[in-house]
Design a protein around this ligand. Structure first.
Ligand code: NAP
Length: 283
């Protein structure tokens, strides 16, 4: 598995497995299958309600802890110094781990500066190897960097062929923040899996649309965490390290960009209100 090096020298697999919407024993079994397929990076969140299932699967797998890269996140109702510390220890207990590889602010709302202080403290104490954020636009990210003096290792944002995040990716690169793509397949929206251009490009390499998308992301240096509840698809999704897209393919994929979310905009006041009030949402 190829890796990226984060701004604190920590290495992270460039491809992982997202477990949103996988629950209970199904989730456990899916994670075991993913480990068997070769995945080592797993992405969960307190809001997904499956941290315990991931922890059970890690235990059952028998794979050394040091081989795995485990990410979780806390939601906006846990923003603030004390609440984030408590949320962290709750997640650690459910995951049955004694340290995390990556801890993320899930949404850029509430007292994120208090949270960031708590996260820096946990990082200093060796309880988290890297800390970062999700869904931060460049202005919000620069606010955090400039006013805390501590640069996040990661910004996990919606990134797929219909929302390529080209300018944001450049900004992140210039500031030493690794970009990580959530919903790399746009959750299948806009008929992504039958997209004519992506299918045509895939046919040249005998690869599927899903494989073209993931290859395109990792060739741009973007970490991706696709989710699948099907073993054959998780194997398909990791089978992307034996081919390269040409410059011409990369240019053609650029033309699919609509430069806007297929879900919602975290800057929309109605969304900010909604996500702050309904902090349990899996988003
Ligand atoms: P996604 O990975 O873009 O898409 C998942 C969908 O694609 C599922 O319906 C899956 O169906 C299907 N699929 C997967 N592989 C396929 C293949 N090879 N061929 C055809 N269909 C395939 O969506 P996501 O789960 O929303 O995003 C991935 C991860 O990102 C999440 O699990 C979560 O960890 C993270 N995330 C983070 C945030 C955030 O705010 N930080 C927000 C959203 C998501 P099957 O399951 O039936 O295979």
């Amino acid at each position: 598995m190829e890796k990226v090096t984060l701004n604190n020298g920590i290495e992270m697999p460039i491809l992982g497995f997202g477990i949103m919407q996988l629950m209970g024993e199904d989730c456990e079994n899916m994670v075991i299958s993913a480990i068997e397929a070769g995945y080592r990076l797993f992405d969960t969140a307190e809001l997904y309600g499956n941290e315990q299932a991931l922890g059970n699967a890690i235990k059952r797998s028998g794979v050394a802890r040091s081989e795995l890269f485990i990410t979780t996140k806390f939601g906006s109702k846990e923003a603030g110094y004390e609440k984030t510390l408590a949320a962290f220890y709750r997640s650690l207990e459910l995951l049955q781990l004694d340290y995390l590889d990556l801890y993320l602010i899930h949404q850029p709302f509430g007292d994120i500066f208090g949270s960031w202080r708590a996260m820096q403290q946990l990082h200093k104490e060796g309880k988290i190897r890297a800390i970062g954020v999700c869904n931060f636009t460049p202005d919000r990210l620069m606010d955090l960097i400039a006013n805390s003096g501590f640069t996040p290792a990661i910004n996990q944002i919606e990134t797929h062929p219909f929302h390529q995040q080209t300018e944001t990716a450049l900004f992140l690169q210039e500031n030493g923040v690794q970009i990580e793509a959530w919903s790399p397949f746009a959750e299948g929206l806009n008929d992504i899996f039958t997209n004519e251009a992506l299918a045509r490009i895939g046919a040249k390499y005998e690869k599927s649309v899903a494989q073209v998308i993931l290859r395109w992301l990792i060739q741009r240096g973007v970490v991706a965490i696709p989710k699948s509840a099907r073993k054959e698809r998780m194997m398909e999704n990791i089978n992307i390290f034996d081919f390269s897209l040409s410059e011409q393919d990369m240019e053609e994929i650029k033309t699919l960009d609509n430069n806007k979310s297929v879900f919602f905009d975290h800057r929309d006041p109605a969304i900010v209100k909604w996500m702050s009030e309904y902090a349990w949402l899996n988003v």
